[in-house]
Ligand binder design. Sequence first.
Ligand code: ZN
Length: 286
Amino acid sequence: MPAPEPLDLLHLGRERVIGSYLLETDGGPALFDCGPATTVETLKRRLAERGLTLPDVRHLLLSHVHLDHAGAAGLLVREHPGLAVHVSAIGAPHLVDPTRLERSARRLYGDMFDTLWGELAPIPRANVNIVGDRVLGLECFPTPGHASHHVCYVDREGTLYAGDAAGVRIQPANYVLPPTPPPEFDLDAWLRTLTEIVRRAPARLALIHFGVAHDPEPHLAQLRERLAAWTSEVEDGATQDEFIAARQADAAALPPGDAAGYEQAIPFWQSYLGLARYVEKQRAAA
Ligand SMILES: [Zn+2]
């Protein structure tokens, strides 16, 4: 199997923000993550460029249920009722009944929700498969930290289908950022996840935001370092404005187009809210 390439879903018309991957599995063609409902037409166009229509895709492997990764899943199943959707046990109920997921996302995104994500449709329980250690010939393992229900998949060639567990890197840039949204960002869980990923020595990381990283070790080391640094900034009392100003200063080193891509994939206000909530929970538990 050739090294995977992302299907660019052109979220809000911008290249290299949200991707999906088409892979060949023991169960036939599958997608890894599918983007939000707002990019379904682009997804279908990308499939057509590869000579496929949606019904040719038998399986959808999800990293987690956040809308930039899985928002379109319900629409895809409605249009293609034979599609099997693979997800962790904790994520599954949110696909069958997305009411709570939609409520909390609307709270977070306010007026921007519909523009960013679009419709969130429920998926019949019969289409949902809860993942175990192996799925369609791929290894599957829990990768909490970004979200408690996050999983990754590894194929026989050593490609790790990372979702958000390996961070955000708008390639070809080298810069790796941790997406740390509320309510579930958990530093300790994420650091353990990085150890689990490194232990598997993946040959490459297929990132949703964005592209395939061929240097997993330095990439993951950078993520580990930055996760710890961001958390300590907030532990040390950085306000939201200070945190955002510091991130904009970091981003000033990037080419202008790249900085905008990072900010769209992982808004800094949102990362701040997740870090602040995590720090608060740690203090309450201590
Ligand atoms: Zn994401």
